[in-house]
Write a protein that binds this ligand. Sequence first.
Ligand code: EPZ
Length: 430
Amino acid sequence: MDRIRIVGGNELAGTIPISGAKNAALPLMIASLLTDDTLTLENVPHLADVEQLIRILGNHGVDYSVNGRREKQQEGYSRTINFSARNIVDTTAPYELVSKMRASFWVIGPLLARMGEAKVSLPGGCAIGTRPVDLFLEGLQVLGAELDVDTGYVVAKTKNGRLVGNRYVFPKVSVGATHVLMMAASLAKGETVLENAAREPEIVNLAECLNAMGAKIHGAGTPTITIQGVEALSGARVRVIPDRIETGTYAMAVAMTGGDVVLEGARPDLLQSALDIIVETGAEITPTNEGIRVKRNGAGISPVDVTTAPFPAFPTDLQAQFMGLMTMANGKSRITETIFENRFMHVQELARLGAHITLSGQTAIVDGVAKLKGAPVMATDLRASVSLVIAGLAAEGETTVNRVYHLDRGFERLEEKLSGCGAVIERISG
Ligand code: EPZ
């Protein structure tokens, strides 16, 4: 199994290109199921989760081709990909595929809306929490779906071949359920109003994509989304937004090691709350024509308290990385996780590097130390793994991060991007 070896202590300096967002690319790819035309997506990151979703969509009959301009589309770089769901050959998403990636459950929305039926495996548990799918099921029922849960599968059908628009108030904000209901309602009969919808930039990217395909969606990015259903959707060409979590991760790495890095292609408006917090820790952040410049010279790291919450607040997907940063702050900080109940796996591993963290319910109290020391570590999810990478960059000596496949799910060319800025980091195979 591959490992990442880091020798910490270097400041980061240079330019890091920001890739297309994993969490935007996945729903856009799933939207290709809604039309028999070609959906062309630009800036699709080259990640294990994207490859896995290509396999899952292929199982339903979606063809794909990586197009054009070969020289710009080297192996491992973001690409333009055409998806064509001309013939849906299977409306079942089997356990073997769905259990590997939770977001593949989201195919239930477009399959049901276009084909009138879907049989999708329940995703099961995952490392960061129980993550139920009750809101998806309740919302689809409100749109007229008939649902049955049988032997681990959700079996869904429409009553008269088509979903019917309605009003649904999410009892809790859910990114995935908002994506799914927006896709399903696009092909429903009549108007759907979604209240207390998620406002994440990835929701806006999906709404733009669906509108480019002929949908009639207003209000994406606000808590109320209105969708006038249409009979059919067409193809479109849409660009995946830059990855705000990758952006925040590298910004925190620089805030931790010190240095001066331009995050090329990053959009500050996609993570303003996180950038504001990073500034409070003592780093300088300047929006530039290229993206975002992050600098920290000399000054120590100030402790800052953070609570995760749905967008536009501080994202749960940056909580582990921020905890990494706070392990070397000049004092105590409190980090509260409100989205997932079990997202503190990195705490014990950061402790192996010398961090002082105590847990009290959903809050981690981090008592900053002057130095971390390298050690072998591992993690069981993507963001926890990358928090260990950034802590390793700032630690003295050698850190090895095991189970690199977690990082490959969500960080494109991580070692290359960091070593390009002076980090000593390499992948060791086997
Ligand atoms: C998306 O997951 C992201 N995944 C996650 O990123 C991210 O952490 C999360 O949103 C929150 O921002 C993708 O976009 C592919 P939710 P999602 O539905 O949609 C509860 C990463 O590291 N809930 O907004 O699955 C749920 O358990 C990943 O890239 C229900 O109770 O998250 C959680 O507590 C990890 N019932 C809360 O809502 C439901 O039916 C928010 O989850 C659905 C969700």
